[in-house]
Design a protein around this ligand. Sequence first.
Ligand code: LMR
Length: 333
Amino acid sequence: MKKLILAAASLAAIALVAPASAQSPIVIKFSHVVAPNTPKGQGADKFKELAEKYTNGKVKIEVYPNSQLYKDKEELEALQLGAVQMLAPSLAKFGPLGVKEFEVFDLPYIIPDKAALTRVTKGKVGQDLLKKLEPKGIKGLAYWDNGFKIMTSNKPMIHVADFHGLKMRIQSSKVLEAEMRALGAIPQVLPFSEVYQAMQTGVVDGNENTPSNCYTQKMNEVQKYATLSDHGYIGYAVIVNKKFWDGLPADVRPQLEKAMAEATEYANSISQKENDDAIAAMKKAGTTTFHDQTPEEKAEWTKAMQPVIDEMSSRVGKDLIAEFQKEANAKTN
Ligand code: LMR
């Protein structure tokens, strides 16, 4: 795969130095790992529709869903090398790139609700985080929402003790690793595209993910239990290869920015419903038993996971966590 990325990247490098007029239309490859019928999948398709419309065909967006082109880690390498131009990785996947501050979004119960999330992503904390990508040759364009996570496995997960010894798949985030250990589970990092099979073959017992991701990957077929815990969050940073973006013709970039702003609004407006519908669909399918947490159970989980915030403060940044919490908990009126 590395060779393929390099071959694609050398072609892309030629394209980067060629005058824009020589390439008609300009092609933007937008790679992602989830299904088209998810908040991110639909956001990407909306961006394609609007970008092609606003640029009058000067730009062609090729969307590659479902890890068709690259898996989690590879896609970031491919973006840096210029083999793809646009991605929307989960905020939990920037650690391996060296921008571990994004893992602040993975801290347990750090985002009380969607209004808090919007304050953080639109405010200074969110915008400063995007700027941290620039030395890596990456420009952050927007935050796209998915939703709060549920826990799934083949055993009921009511009390913290139920996690003891469970092999739980996580995204590549040290915070998520600490969170699973705090629960007594054994964390296992796996690319998203491998989760279903890992569940089916017993390589992992369960995972934490959004209902939309669980449903569109058919995880409910291979997971007997789910707890609606909302203990953490999954969202995305839409990112581009900075050199490519900065080199776009002056009559094209503003149109793409406009398309991105509207696609962002669209993606964020459908995310909650997509997740609510996914829960309803999985309940209807009947293969998974869903558990609604009582306030006492939630308090028990919170207590077990709370130490992760202190434990991870040297990695993520004590000041950043404090600023994040301040913004998230700010009273709006
Ligand atoms: C996961 O790996 O579970 C998620 O990050 C997938 C995604 O992009 O939503």
